[in-house]
Design a protein around this ligand. Structure first.
Ligand code: NDP
Length: 294
């Protein structure tokens, strides 16, 4: 079997296109959805992510602000920026780009964001709403994964899903979303992590395998069953002297070997990554719509 390659760029473009009439109708009411990104420090990957998010806003005609701060920024100063954005009527979505410098408590900062503007879906209010299956702002990468599956008519209902990784931003929420009672859910979900024993026995059970590990080539061809759907969330920089930037981006999955056995597989780049940004745009538009209902 040779897998069909899931095209995240194509699905993300379709999602962004579907937002246009909603944005137009908000603009007709005098509301331009606005996203503020706070970037602390000079991590090059973070700067790239924030740049891509601002560009996506621009392409869709959304208002965007990037607030750049030095790595020495103290926590009360960041708190005051967040309070200001909470009160700013032009801003409907706030994201504080991770990772923050070590002296800043990231969880404490997340708690300060107004849950109605928490377009990353990381605030405990939104996490709780997701867990109990109620509407709220969903975390972008997990929601993007579900949208990819939906686009390719891969229904998780009744399937064995194995998620490798248990982070608060990918592993846990995608597992929680897929185990819900409802559409594009109803899966039997197993979550594995670095302390799991016999990882390949667990992953071989998966009809749908989601790798959110952050280590290249962790999922090898012998770890998946024939016909599995493989979703690779990982984004890892590996040295590559022949590449222009001196590195290449690879996922957590041995793409070539798994593509031989899988039914569907996401590439890195061009799989889950573009979906994260599309869902961020979607959350910003949703937050702007909700603000008009108040
Ligand atoms: P974290 O580092 O927070 O979590 C990694 C998880 O993988 C942990 O639960 C860890 O286990 C587990 N793990 C590590 N090594 C192994 C192993 N050898 N076997 C089994 N499990 C292991 O990462 P994130 O969830 O934040 O991100 C994961 C990857 O996804 C990264 O490459 C990141 O860059 C990428 N990413 C991509 C996004 C996109 O839009 N495409 C968005 C967000 C992330 P334990 O808990 O025991 O430590």
């Amino acid at each position: 079997m040779t897998a069909l390659i899931i095209d995240g760029k194509l699905v993300a473009a379709a999602i962004k296109e579907s937002l246009k009439p909603r944005i137009a109708s908000l603009k007709a009411k005098g509301v331009v959805p606005g996203l503020a990104a706070v970037l602390v420090g000079d991590d090059p990957a973070s700067a790239t992510y924030v740049g891509a998010k601002a560009k996506a806003c621009e392409d869709l005609g959304l208002y965007s602000e990037v607030i750049r701060q030095p790595k020495e920024l103290i926590e009360p100063a960041l708190a005051s920026i967040i309070h200001g954005l909470n009160a700013n009527k032009k801003i409907h979505g706030i994201l504080v780009q991770s990772p923050l410098p070590k002296h800043i408590d990231e969880e404490a900062m997340t708690l300060l964001i107004d849950p109605a503007k928490d377009v990353d879906g990381f605030h405990p209010f939104n996490v709780g709403m997701m867990l109990i299956g109620k509407p709220g702002l969903l975390p972008c990468t997990p929601h993007g994964i579900i949208k990819l599956l939906e686009h390719y008519r891969i229904d998780p209902d009744g399937k064995e899903v194995v998620v490798v990784g248990r982070s608060n931003i990918v592993g846990k929420p995608v597992a929680a979303m897929l185990m819900q009672k409802g559409k594009m859910a109803n899966a039997t979900v197993t979550v594995a992590h670095s302390r799991s024993k016999n990882l390949s026995e667990i992953t071989r059970r998966a009809d749908i395998l989601i790798a959110a590990i952050g280590r290249p080539n962790t999922i090898t061809g012998d770890m998946i069953k024939s016909g599995a759907v493989v979703i690779d969330v990982g984004v890892n920089r590996v040295e590559n002297p022949t590449a222009k930037k001196g590195y290449s981006l690879v996922g957590d999955v041995d793409f070539a070997a798994c593509a031989e056995k899988a039914s569907f597989i996401t590439p890195v780049p061009g799989g889950v990554g573009p979906m994260t940004i599309a869902m961020l745009m979607s959350n910003t538009v949703t937050a702007a719509e909700k603000s008009t209902e108040k």
